[in-house]
Structure formats: structure tokens, C-alpha cells
Design a protein around this ligand. Structure first.
Ligand code: URA
Length: 206
């Protein structure tokens, strides 16, 4: 499909995301949609768990600290995040707990929330038709590979999902947390090595 055709379909998906009253009615789910970004013709899709505070503010995925780490790691491999990837999440609305102070703390989306938004990602994949999907973190990996998928054990390998290669790896926020706790060394190396494998399927631009 032409890029114009694709952008029309994506526009419709964006409208459907924005109009998802059911998503917003779920407990602990935000009411600001965070839309996908990047290149509609990209051969690789990056799929995260769900938006955080910064993403909600800018309504774009991976624009906070975790996004910067992801962007930097990909840049060191020769990729430009905006041009070489289509970037999205398994849920487009923020999932959070409200703390006694009134502040919102991110939490992993519930099964109910993930299922309520499942159709958006399925439609995105059907229209983008990527060769490779990089699943970032356990929730995104399990979306493709099933509830029993163990990220620590089986990250960094290619799996076939309906004819598309899926490469599960750590979530960049988990790398930031491991670094802050002073035990990030091995995880950081694993994360870089896993992302390096993108090059086995997709060449970075010269
Ligand atoms: N974490 C995610 O999983 N997605 C984002 O968009 C940002 C942080």
C-alpha cells in the first residue's frame, strides 16, 4: 500500500484510539491518548508497554528518559529512531496507581486493559507490515509470545509471530532502574547485544 494509503488507515486508527471511551473508563487508566510515531514504511516496529507521564504530556511514545536511552542505543547502532522505526505501545493510555499524595505512579497495564486495546496494535501491524518487531519488556513480549514467556531467560532470540520476526528484549526503563541500583552492567550489555540483532534483519542506512 502507498504511504498515503497507509497514513489514511493510521489516521482512522488514531481516531479510534482517541474515541476509545471503554479504555478510559477502566480503573487506573488515563484519559489522554498517546499516538504512535515514526515511519509508516519502516521495516521494524518498536513496541513498548505503555505511556508514562512524559509520553502522556507530549502524546508521543518513548519521549521520556527510557525513550532517550532507547534512541541513544539505536543511534550507536547507526539507526535514526524517527526514520528507521515505527514506534508504538501495546496500550495507548497510561496505566497508573494514584498515591496517597495524589501523584500518579506508572504501573503495568492489566490484562483487561491490554485486551481492551488489543485491536489497535493488531491493526497497526496489519497496515505497517514490518519484517521485524522489537518487543520491549515483559508485557510487550508476552503480548506476542504468550503469558508464559520468560524475558530474562529467552530475550534476544528471534521468534516467528504470524510470519513476522519478533525480537524480545528488556524495557529501557528496566535498564535505567538496574543502572540506578548499581547492577546495570550485565543487563545493559544484554540490551545492547539484543538490539544489535536488528541488523541481522534490517540494514541501517549508510
Ligand atoms: N515506556 C513504554 O513502554 N512506552 C513508552 O512510550 C514510554 C515508556
Amino acid at each position: 500500500m502507498s504511504k498515503i494509503g497507509k497514513s489514511q488507515v493510521i489516521k482512522q486508527i488514531r481516531e479510534d484510539i482517541a474515541n476509545c471511551d471503554f479504555c478510559r473508563m477502566l480503573a487506573g487508566v488515563g484519559d489522554i491518548p498517546v499516538f504512535p510515531r515514526g515511519n509508516l514504511d519502516a521495516a521494524c516496529m518498536l513496541v513498548g508497554e505503555g505511556p508514562g507521564e512524559q509520553e502522556e504530556k507530549q502524546q508521543k511514545p518513548f519521549v521520556g528518559a527510557a525513550g532517550r536511552l532507547l534512541e541513544e542505543t539505536l543511534k550507536n547502532l547507526g539507526f535514526d529512531i524517527e526514520h528507521d522505526f515505527y514506534i508504538t505501545n501495546i496500550v495507548k493510555y497510561r496505566s497508573f496507581n494514584t498515591l496517597p499524595s495524589g501523584r500518579k505512579a506508572n504501573k503495568p497495564p492489566t490484562v483487561k486493559h491490554i485486551n481492551a486495546e488489543r485491536d489497535f496494535l493488531e491493526r497497526e501491524i496489519a497496515i505497517i507490515k514490518p519484517k521485524l518487531i522489537v518487543a520491549l519488556g515483559a508485557k510487550a513480549s508476552q503480548w506476542f509470545l504468550g503469558k508464559g514467556f520468560k524475558l530474562t531467560q529467552d530475550h534476544g532470540k528471534f521468534y516467528n509471530w504470524h510470519g513476522i520476526e519478533v525480537l524480545p528484549t528488556y524495557h529501557p526503563a528496566a535498564i535505567l532502574r538496574a543502572r540506578a541500583a548499581g547492577n546495570g552492567g550485565e543487563r545493559v550489555q544484554d540490551f545492547k547485544q539484543d538490539l544489535q540483532k536488528i541488523k541481522e534483519i534490517i540494514n541501517p542506512p549508510l
